[in-house]
Design a protein around this ligand. Structure first.
Ligand code: NAD
Length: 494
């Protein structure tokens, strides 16, 4: 830390540093999935709490469950788990060294260490950002994908080396139960509506299939707060590292870049205490329905807009999000999608002006300094579209209004993307856990939506069975295959 401080001083730049004794903290939080977002969000709130309020009980032990987390382990462990948060705005950027992550465990090297850490009496919260696909949640049945090979393996094994988050959570909770401890709170920070309720249901289904007694205990005493999380956090690039070294004098193997905006709304239901989140700007609400309303606005307006531009922009060769919003056609398309198709279904929230909310989103999308990559937004469509796009379409069908042609166009762009060739015939890298099945179906169907719509874990019968939806989708896909993305998009703007 001293070396970083010195280097920054030489550059004569203001950098914020942890002002607390990092050797004298309790690790009250274990976080699974230390990616960009965790390091720009929860870890920053906790850092503020430690720094501004001297709270020492909630330092974080980061956990990587996936083999590809080895890179994060090497980066963090090599720099004492410190890293730099770079906030970028049009008026300039700032740097802050974050000290709230205190240690890091890489599960493939020692799964029992991870389980023991979660089972430790100091651990009060296990939080997670494991992406939508880490939940094994079937969108159609709303149940755990109990036949998924990873879940099957964890249900059969002795859980010495689990494959899934639920395997780890269960093994640790079983140990806590045996030790007479309370369960930890499981805090999902992933972008899913009812993220806490889904986590609870998935874990309980897993637990029930293993041991009814433990499942009963979790059901009675466990807590799974719902939360709405927001802060646009692109992937870190080599340019970001170089710029950090040149501008601030900091050599960091894996800094994180984000925007100035940040928001977190959490339901106040914790099993064994919680940090005083409200002291550092988190909106803690007592009523689960309040969180759901905030979640609904955020997922169906912000995340839906991201997914709405992702595939079309990729197909038309655009690299960054701000470039999309510089294009009047796209801007108008998103503006109209928000206002005409999504907003009419949104719940009212006291103190929130939804028109202003939409305007702020459009401003945030247009921030050219954070260089948010279109490629990032295309990842894991099978986890995202069923959360961000399909529910609005389904509600439009239910209401009998069918004001959804732009949302249907978005679905068509995803289907078109899934065939794996862009408009120049170049192969597309599709980063999605369901890629094999989805790509085969996209190729088989061509401009016809059906092989893909048949995937029951992603699309409900309400969509598949709606004549107007299927006709609109077929029309949009035919346009994309025949005329290309931009020409087809133009027909959906007004
Ligand atoms: P990232 O790629 O930087 O990190 C993803 C993390 O998830 C990695 O640590 C990875 O190991 C872990 N992970 C992935 N699949 C997993 C699985 N099956 N089991 C356990 N761990 C798994 O991505 P990120 O930007 O940190 O985003 C992670 C999640 O955070 C998103 O999927 C989203 O739900 C939420 N989020 C992201 C943003 C953002 O702007 N990046 C904003 C709000 C919410």
């Amino acid at each position: 830390l001293k070396a970083i401080e010195q280097a920054a001083r030489q550059k004569n730049r203001d950098v914020e540093f942890p002002n607390f004794d990092r050797s004298n903290v309790k690790e009250g939080i274990v976080h699974i999935g230390v990616g960009g977002f965790h390091r720009a969000h929860l870890a920053v709130y906790i850092d503020s709490l430690m720094k501004e309020h001297g709270d020492r009980n909630w330092a974080i032990c980061g956990v990587g469950l996936q083999p590809f987390d080895a890179g994060m382990r090497d980066a963090l462990v090599g720099q004492d788990c410190l890293y730099t948060l770079i906030e970028r705005a049009e008026k300039g950027s700032s740097a802050r060294v974050i000290g709230s992550i205190n240690s890091f465990l890489f599960a493939p090297d020692g799964p029992t260490k991870v389980i023991d850490k979660m089972a430790h009496p100091d651990t009060k919260i296990v939080s997670m950002t494991i992406t939508e696909s880490g939940y094994y949640y079937n969108e159609n049945t709303h149940e755990l994908e109990i036949e998924h090979p990873d879940i099957v393996a964890d249900l059969k094994s002795d859980l010495q080396s689990p494959r899934t988050t639920f395997g780890f959570l269960f093994a640790a909770l079983e140990k806590r139960h045996a030790a007479g401890l309370k369960p930890f709170t499981v805090l999902s920070c992933d972008n899913m509506q009812k993220n806490g309720s889904i986590t609870r249901h998935m874990l309980l289904s897993f637990a029930r299939a293993r041991n009814a007694k433990i499942a009963d205990w979790i059901e009675a005493q466990g807590q799974f707060p719902n939360s709405m999380v927001d802060r646009i956090t692109p992937r870190t690039t080599d340019n970001d590292k170089t710029a950090l070294a040149e501008t601030f004098g900091i050599q960091d193997s894996w800094p994180v870049v984000t925007e100035p905006f940040t928001q977190w709304v959490i339901e106040d239901s914790f099993a064994d205490g919680r940090p005083a989140f409200e002291k550092v700007g988190v909106q803690v609400v007592s009523n689960v329905h309040e969180v759901e309303k905030f979640e609904c606005h955020k997922l169906r307006l912000l995340n839906a807009s991201h997914s709405a531009v992702a595939y079309a922009a990729y197909l038309s060769g655009i690299e960054y999000v701000h470039e999309v919003f510089e294009n009047p056609l796209y801007y108008k398309f998103i503006y109209n999608m928000m206002h005409k198709e999504v907003k009419p279904l949104m719940p009212a929230i006291d103190g929130v002006d939804i028109d202003k909310y939409c305007d702020t989103l459009l401003e945030r999308f247009a921030n050219p300094t954070i260089m948010d990559q279109i490629g990032r937004l295309t990842i894991n469509g099978s986890g995202k579209l069923p959360q961000f796009i399909m529910p609005t379409i389904a509600e439009q069908i239910m209401a009998g209004t069918h004001d959804f042609k732009r949302l249907v166009f978005v679905t068509a762009t995803w289907f078109r993307f899934l065939n794996g060739k862009d408009e120049q015939g170049k192969p597309i890298f599709i980063d999605d856990p369901m890629v094999e099945d989805l790509q085969a179906r996209a190729i088989k169907g061509g401009a016809k939506p059906f092989p893909l719509l048949d995937v029951k874990s992603l699309f409900g019968d309400d969509l598949r069975g709606d004549k107007i939806f299927v006709e609109e989708l077929t029309k949009a896909m035919e346009g994309l295959y025949r005329d290309g993305t931009m020409a087809t998009l133009a027909k959906y703007v007004d």
